[in-house]
Design a protein around this ligand. Structure first.
Ligand SMILES: Cc1cc2nc3c(=O)[nH]c(=O)nc-3n(C[C@H](O)[C@H](O)[C@H](O)COP(=O)(O)OP(=O)(O)OC[C@H]3O[C@@H](n4cnc5c(N)ncnc54)[C@H](O)[C@@H]3O)c2cc1C
Length: 435
């Protein structure tokens, strides 16, 4: 089957529109609100005043919440087109919110669309899709992140309610969220893959306590948008269970699969922006009698960045294409994990080179590069650390092979040559016999 990343001219017009719109209308929000207001703070009047007209323009272009699949009432553009869009949106921190596809709301909306009751959809999904509220996805625990087998936050059934007890960690945007989707153990007798479930918890539910707000990098201690949460006898109605009891891990994998690829798509955009900055700078500054761009070591850094970025972009597009072809994240797990592993590596390498090429200015707070660079290692941890995804790739690749029983491997030359000599001898004998 031919692999095809092309889009029809009408969609290319939309991509051109997005490029211009993000540069002219959205990037000013990044610069104006920088570090002051989060795109997730739906209560900020100034942000609402500025973002609403932009969101309306996106809706008028039929480009709102494009991650939602057609089966859930979305536009149905597919992941390849979404990849091309996200490359552009990745250049701006406010752009995903302006286009209604920001994580973690995007994944939470998909879970609600699949498993929510009509009442839950009306109360939470619609306002989420309309950009009126924010949400939180809460899976990681203080004692365990990468290995769900270590999770202990439990929910048990009491009449027509679920009662939740335990702790969660790094629940992003909880301070802005109207609801949480929480992964809990509902059956501790079986492996977590069969004994966990997803539960919808309204923000501010009695018994839900913020132990502390955790920040990233240089944010002052005690501030930040990632909550350490404690649940003490938090009660929610039975219908707040999303999907079947015991299906939490399966839902998480579907949700996280899309999220991981979307991070990769946006990283193509951030890394391209860093490379753009690098090229402009080295063409604009001189040292030791020539432009920095004329130094061979700098040319190699540019070439390395371009090659890495080109390979990564094709990998992301290919993975997006596979999702479009199969619609099955589990089947193409190896490819999703491949994107996840490559994302922080490309991000760190390309941004680091761009920063280095800018000298002191690059590491200063007067350029966006150091901010981008601090975001890079997060990509290797959030949604599961690199090692876990490498394990997935290796296991899937190895399943495609079988052990060889001989003393030496199948490709052992002495044996292969002996076999070939025997084949040739037979052929020659046959040819001579035919003469
Ligand atoms: C910015 C940010 C936002 C986040 N947002 C959310 C959120 O909204 N909701 C949520 O639930 N979680 C969130 N997380 C948490 C994230 O999912 C976890 O940090 C991640 O799963 C890793 O768990 P951990 O931090 O407990 O690390 P650990 O599990 O303690 O792992 C630490 C390190 O050990 C090594 N390691 C782990 N497992 C293996 C292995 N199998 N083989 C070899 N080495 C291994 C890796 O180097 C890893 O980085 C967020 C994290 C970040 C950084």
């Amino acid at each position: 089957m031919a692999i095809d990343f092309s889009v029809e001219p009408e969609f290319q017009d939309k991509l051109d529109w997005i490029t211009q719109f993000v540069a002219d209308e959205v990037e000013p929000l990044d610069l104006y609100f920088r570090g002051r207001v989060s795109p997730f703070d739906k209560t900020n009047d100034e942000l609402r005043t500025l973002i609403r007209p932009l969101q309306r323009q996106v809706q008028d272009q039929d480009l709102w919440a494009c991650h939602i699949g057609p089966e859930l009432g979305g536009k149905g553009y597919g992941q390849v087109k979404l990849a091309l869009m996200n490359e552009i949106l990745g250049r701006s921190s406010f752009a995903p919110s302006v286009f209604g596809c920001q994580a973690p709301d995007s994944g939470n909306a998909e879970i609600l669309a699949h498993y929510g009751t009509d009442a839950q959809k009306a109360e939470y999904l619609q306002p989420l899709l309309d950009g009126e509220i924010s949400s939180t996805y809460s899976m990681t625990e203080p004692q365990a992140g990468a290995d769900p087998n270590e999770f202990t936050c439990r929910a048990h059934r009491d009449g027509d309610e679920w009662v939740i007890n335990g702790e969660k960690w790094f629940a992003s945007n909880h301070c802005f969220a109207s609801f949480l989707i929480v992964m809990v153990i509902t059956n501790p007798e079986v492996a977590v893959y069969k004994g966990s479930s997803m539960i919808l918890v309204p923000a501010g539910a009695p018994g839900l306590e913020v132990v502390s707000d955790v920040g990233i990098g240089g944010e002052p201690l005690g501030t930040g948008h990632h909550a350490y949460l404690r649940f003490t006898d938090v009660r929610v109605p039975a219908e707040n269970l999303l999907g079947d009891e015991g299906s939490g891990f399966k839902i998480a994998q579907t949700r996280l699969g899309g999220g991981r690829v979307h991070h990769g798509m946006r990283t193509v955009g951030v890394a391209q922006r860093a490379l753009d900055m690098m090229c402009e700078r080295v063409l604009s500054r001189r040292t030791k009698g020539s432009l920095i761009a004329e130094k061979q070591s700098m040319q190699h850094m540019i070439a390395d960045s371009w090659v890495q970025l080109q390979q990564f972009r094709l990998q992301v597009l290919h993975c997006a294409w596979l999702i479009d072809q199969t619609g099955d994240y589990a089947r193409i797990r190896q490819h999703v994990a491949g994107v996840k592993v490559a994302t922080p590596k490309v991000y760190i390498d390309v941004v680091y080179r761009a920063m280095h090429a800018h000298g002191s200015l690059g590491v200063s707070n007067q350029m966006p590069l150091i901010g981008m660079w601090m975001g890079a290692p997060v990509m290797g941890i959030a949604d599961g650390p690199t090692e876990v995804h490498k394990d997935t790739i290796a296991k899937t690749v190895l399943k495609q092979y079988e052990p060889y029983e001989g003393l030496f491997p199948r490709e052992y030359l002495p044996d292969r040559i002996a076999e070939a000599e025997q084949i040739i001898a037979n052929r020659l004998e046959h040819e001579v016999g035919n003469q």
